[in-house]
Design a protein around this ligand. Structure first.
Ligand code: R2B
Ligand code: URA
Length: 317
C-alpha cells in the first residue's frame, strides 16, 4: 500500500489527492501496491516503441552497467523479467533503470506516460528522468546519426503540442531538459563510431501522410508540396521526424519531470520515403541511441560527467 500522506501535492492534477486507490490500469499497478518499495529507487525511465527492443535494452543495461553500484547491487533476475502486469506495455527494472515500451504514436505514448509519471510520483522518486530512445527519419543528415532533441515541434511545424481535452483543443508547451540534453550529448560524443547532434524534432501522429510521405495507401499531396514541407521544417532547425517526442515534452513539462529524446535517423527524408535497409543495418543503427544513453546513465550513476552538479530544472516529484 502506498502512503500518500508524505507526498507533496502533485503539480499538474489536484484530483489525484482524492483518489484511493489510483489504478494505473495499463501497467497493472495501483496505489494499493507499495510503489515506494517497488519503484522508489528509479532514476531513469528509458522508453522506446517496440517490446523486443526494450527487452533487449534491459538485458544490455544489466550487462553494460554490471559494475555500477545500484545496478550491481540490484536483485534483478538474469535476463530481466517483464514486470508489467498488463499485456499493453512491457516493463523491466534493472536497479535504478526502468525499461518500458510505449508503442507508436501520440495516444499510445500518452497513456503510458500518464501512468509512468504517476508511478514515479507515488514511488517518491528523486529527480527521475524519462528518456525516449527511438528511431526517426532525418532531414538533411546522414542515416545512423543520433539526434538529441532541443525543441519538439508538432506536425504543423509549431513548437508546441495540441491536445483535445474534453472536446476542446488545448495548446501545451513542450520542452526537453536542457542540461540533460547537454550531458547526453557530451557522453555520446565520447563514443567511437556514433555521431551525435543536437537539433529540433518534429512529431506527427502518423507515419505516412503526417510525415508528408507519398507512399501510404492514401496520398492527396505531391512531391513539390512534400519537399516544401520538409524544407520548411529544416529552416526551423528540424533535423528529424518521429511520432512521440512532442507529447513526452508536453506531459513531462506539465508534471515537472525532466525528459530527453535520443533518436537515430534511419533515412534522409530529402532522398525518399521508404525505409530501405537490411535487418543488420537496422539493428546496428538502433543500437546507437542505446549506447549513448547507457554512457549517460553510467556517467550519472558514477557521478563522473556531471561534476555532481544539480540538474538545471530539478524535478519536484
Ligand atoms: C519512430 O518509429 C515509429 C514508426 O515507425 C514511431 O514510433 C516512431 O516515433
Ligand atoms: N520513424 C518515423 O516516425 N519516421 C521515419 O521516417 C522513420 C522512423
Amino acid at each position: 500500500m502506498t502512503d500518500k500522506s508524505d507526498l507533496p501535492p502533485f503539480p499538474s492534477n489536484p484530483h489525484l489527492a482524492e483518489l484511493n486507490p489510483d489504478k494505473l490500469y495499463h501497467i497493472g499497478y495501483s496505489t494499493d501496491d507499495d510503489l515506494k518499495q517497488l519503484f522508489g529507487d528509479v532514476k531513469f525511465v528509458c522508453m522506446g516503441g517496440s517490446t523486443t527492443r526494450m527487452a533487449n535494452f534491459a538485458a544490455l543495461v544489466q550487462k553494460s552497467l554490471a559494475d555500477v553500484p545500484g545496478v550491481r547491487d540490484a536483485q534483478s533476475p538474469c535476463p530481466p523479467e517483464n514486470i508489467s502486469r498488463s499485456d499493453r506495455y512491457v516493463m523491466y527494472k534493472i536497479g535504478p533503470v526502468l525499461s518500458v515500451n510505449h508503442g507508436m504514436g501520440f495516444s499510445s505514448v500518452s497513456i503510458l506516460l500518464h501512468e509512468i509519471i504517476k508511478l514515479l510520483y507515488y514511488a517518491g522518486c528523486d529527480d527521475p528522468v524519462i528518456i525516449r530512445i527511438g528511431t526517426s527519419g532525418g532531414i538533411g543528415i546522414a542515416p545512423g546519426t543520433v539526434v538529441v532533441t532541443k525543441q519538439p515541434f508538432n506536425a504543423e511545424i509549431q513548437p508546441h503540442h495540441n491536445v483535445i481535452v474534453a472536446g476542446k483543443v488545448a495548446q501545451r508547451e513542450s520542452y526537453m531538459d536542457e542540461k540533460t540534453r547537454k550531458d547526453i550529448i557530451a557522453c555520446g560524443q565520447r563514443l567511437d563510431d556514433v555521431s551525435v547532434v543536437a537539433g529540433n524534432t518534429m512529431s506527427t501522429d502518423d507515419f505516412y501522410e503526417g510525415q508528408g510521405r507519398l507512399d501510404g495507401a492514401v496520398c492527396k499531396t505531391d512531391l513539390a508540396t512534400k519537399m516544401a514541407f520538409l524544407e520548411q521544417a529544416k529552416d526551423k532547425g528540424v533535423v528529424n521526424i518521429e511520432m512521440e517526442c512532442v507529447v513526452m515534452g508536453a506531459l513531462c513539462h506539465a508534471s515537472r519531470v525532466r525528459c530527453a529524446c535520443v533518436c537515430v535517423t534511419l533515412l534522409n527524408r530529402l532522398n525518399g520515403d521508404q525505409v530501405n535497409m537490411t535487418k543488420e543495418q537496422h539493428d546496428r543503427y538502433q543500437a546507437h541511441p542505446q549506447q549513448v544513453v547507457i554512457a549517460y546513465m553510467r556517467s550519472v550513476l558514477t557521478g563522473e560527467a556531471n561534476g555532481d552538479e544539480p540538474s538545471a530544472k530539478k524535478s519536484r516529484l
